[in-house]
Design a protein around this ligand. Structure first.
Ligand code: UAG
Ligand code: ATP
Ligand code: API
Ligand code: MG
Length: 493
């Protein structure tokens, strides 16, 4: 953050004492505090950041931002210091807005996408459409920052300081258009409240993350925050109304005076009229404002047409000329790790890698493959450790319902016992085979493929590691699939 210094008040913050120190940087972790910094001491899920205020002060923090509980926790340290204290009931919103002011710039046109599944896919398609229209664009989320400028990210929706640092860097690189993912954690923790959006999109709402959110309603309310709070009143809400909760999202946006553009198969301003699958993709016909647009999508999976439709709606909502937008769709490319053809056996059997890690995504991905498969459909599934436990048997059941043969394996056990996670998945898929080692599961799944069969390796998509305990072991489903096919078909020297 160099030598820069600005007054506390110019960051939109008012100290209790009226003091207005010069601020030289901001951080949420006391270990990053330098002389003159603002320390944002946030209430956390493990510990209150205020526990670390005394250390931040020792490192030279000039100001502290926290909530009333934080001010109580650190009362003694604060009383002994002359650092400015800003106390608010909504410290996360305050941090988001302060980070936006501190970093000072973002791509002028930005959209955010929320929903249980499809956020990465939709935001990647939005970025691809913009780039086909010769606009310098990025998407930002689970797969990092991708497009005309790239950078790694640790979170789907980064915390505000990382987010605004990244957006300012993208702006400095000449990026004018950005599509970001709004995760439910990100919305709940107000990580993107400082971003100025032109439009916001909703994909769908099914079960996930009930480890974090207290209930299904709380999970919905977190997602609804994108339309109830983050999208400005002059913004456009682009909503998939095929999902029953899409109607609720549209009503929330409308009640605030936002314009609403609906998309769907059963109706909507932008409408999917027809869809025909074939071996390498699909032909689709959209209609928008009385005009029809027919195009080829070189994408496997019927649901990708829904994601493309939402992406096209978002670009149109940002002022894209509809005819030009629909022209670009033929050039869309598979999103990494989403229904990605990883390998093909000599007998023609296809192996797909997909990031399905919820019950609905597993059902959707397998159902999407069915029209492309003449023979048996084999599925490899596993559930992550330290995540929603309730979804595990439902993931097993979704696989058992939609595949002919299921193998249950490990997917990032993290701190949990992998055998216990597999047992929970197997509860929903009693006839499944259990193969803990993921590489072996992939080898066995591919070995089982006859002519006309297909395999879905679900859960890890683009990931390049298997997290076991605190270790991240290198692991890539696409790589493992091609190695296994080469070995089984005798292509290795
Ligand atoms: C549950 C959750 O979202 N936790 C995030 C949250 O942590 P927290 O507020 O609970 O932190 P905490 O550990 O209790 O600490 C409280 C405060 O004390 C500070 N602290 C802590 C320790 C210390 O020594 N010094 C210090 O100052 C911390 O910076 C923090 O501000 O804020 C931290 C800092 O921004 C995040 O790193 C952390 O993400 C954790 C690692 C995480 O795994 N998050 C996942 C679940 C997540 O956010 N996933 C979503 C989407 C997933 C999906 O859709 O599939 C995402 O957007 O990535
Ligand atoms: N429109 C959709 N409807 C149902 N399932 C979908 C849809 N789009 C994608 N999926 C499934 O969800 C998986 C994850 O897709 P994607 O990565 O785009 O979602 P995401 O919302 O970004 O996920 P995350 O919460 O991990 O960030 C895909 O691999 C696919 O199996
Ligand atoms: N971003 C999601 C993805 C999980 C993917 C799956 N591989 C797992 O580890 O559960 C999460 O952290 O819940
Ligand atoms: Mg994602």
């Amino acid at each position: 953050m160099g030598e820069r210094a600005v007054s506390l008040s110019s960051l939109g913050l008012t100290a209790r004492s009226g003091a207005n120190p010069r601020i030289t940087g901001i951080a949420v972790d006391n270990r990053q505090i330098r002389n003159g910094f603002l320390f944002a001491a946030m209430p956390g899920s493990r510990v209150h950041g205020a526990t670390f205020i005394q250390y931040a002060l020792e490192m030279g923090a000039a100001a502290i931002l926290t909530d009333p509980a934080g001010a109580r926790i650190a009362a003694a340290a604060l009383a002994a210091s002359d650092a400015a204290l800003v106390v608010t009931d909504a410290p996360r919103e305050a941090l988001a807005r302060t980070a936006a002011i501190w970093f000072g710039a973002q791509p002028a046109t930005m959209v955010a996408v929320t929903g249980t599944n499809g956020k990465t896919s939709v935001s990647t398609f939005v970025r691809q459409i913009w780039m086909e229209m010769d606009l310098p664009a990025v998407n930002l989320g689970t797969t990092g920052v991708e497009g005309a400028w790239t950078a790694p990210l640790a979170h789907t929706t980064p915390e505000p300081i990382t987010l605004h640092r990244t957006l300012a860097a993208a702006f400095a690189e000449g990026i004018t258009h950005a599509a970001m993912e709004a995760s439910s954690h990100g919305l709940d923790q107000r990580r993107l409240d400082g971003v100025t959006l032109t439009a916001a999109g909703f994909t769908n709402f099914t079960q996930d993350h009930l480890d974090y959110h207290a209930s299904f309603d709380a999970y919905f309310d977190a997602k609804a925050g994108l339309f109830a709070r983050v999208l400005p009143e002059d913004g456009v809400a682009v909503i998939n109304i095929d999902d029953p909760r899409g109607i609720d999202m549209a009503a929330i946006a409308k009640a605030r005076g936002c314009a609403v553009l609906t998309v769907g198969r059963d109706g909507g301003d932008l409408h999917l009229d027809a869809q025909r699958m074939d071996a390498t993709g699909q032909d689709v016909r959209f209609s928008y404002r009385g005009k029809t647009y027919q195009t080829r999508l070189n994408l496997i999976g019927g649901f990708q047409a829904d994601n493309v439709m939402l992406a096209a709606g978002l670009v149109i909502a940002c002022g894209g000329e509809p005819a030009r937008v629909f022209e670009t769709l033929v050039h869309l490319k598979t999103v990494r790790g989403r229904m990605q053809l990883a390998a093909t056996r000599d007998n023609g059997a296809a192996v797909f890698v997909d990031y399905a890690h919820t019950p609905d995504a597993i059902a959707t991905a397998l159902a999407a493959m069915r029209p492309h498969v003449m023979g048996r459909l084999v599925a490899i599934v596993g559930a992550g450790g330290d995540r929603d436990r309730a979804k595990r048997p439902l993931m097993g059941q979704a696989a058992a319902d939609h595949a002919d043969l299921v193998i249950v394996t490990d997917d990032n056990p993290r701190s949990e016992d992998p055998a216990a996670i597999r047992a929970a998945v197997l509860q929903g898929a009693p006839g499944a085979f259990e193969v803990g080692d993921r590489a072996e599961a992939i080898l066995r799944g591919i070995d089982a493929l006859g002519p006309g069969d297909a395999l879905l390796i679900a859960g890890k998509g683009h990931e390049t590691g298997q997290t076991v305990g605190d270790d991240v072991l290198p692991f890539d489903d696409v790589e493992q699939a091609s190695v296994a096919v080469a070995a089984l078909d005798g292509r290795l020297a």
